[in-house]
Design a binder for this molecule. Sequence first.
Ligand code: 5GP
Length: 140
Amino acid sequence: MPANYDDNNIFAKILRVEIPCHKIYEDAETLAFMDIMPRSEGHCLVIPKRPARNTLDADPASLAAVMASVQKVARAAKKAFAADGVTLAQYNESAAGQVVFHLHFHIMPRFEGVKLAHHGGPVADHALLAAQAEKIRAAL
Ligand code: 5GP
């Protein structure tokens, strides 16, 4: 476990299935699930299973596995919502906007003329998130 990694963070709890998530995709190294405060329709996250605070301390092999899953899920999310594009985002440390200290990539489908919602906006309806996760899964 990296010295600066706190395994009480919310994504570590999701990995231990101590709290639920709307799962989209999982393999040996990575997990993808819906962001509960979406900034765009279909906003989801990909995380490594191995503990890492962010990109700066991640094991390169784990990071490579995360990027492969990011590509797979981003393609599926774009298809599922017939999006015009996809924004990827990833923040390292508070000064850069990081709030949850387990490495994660944001996948945000984008639509012409539609701005991203505010970071940390309201929690979405869980039935809607479940339906969106199913839609992305079907497009994988
Ligand atoms: P960041 O650390 O990249 O600034 O943001 C963390 C992201 O995690 C935010 O987009 C936020 O909406 C999301 N988030 C925070 N708590 C939870 C949670 O309990 N479950 C899920 N699925 N996402 C969360």
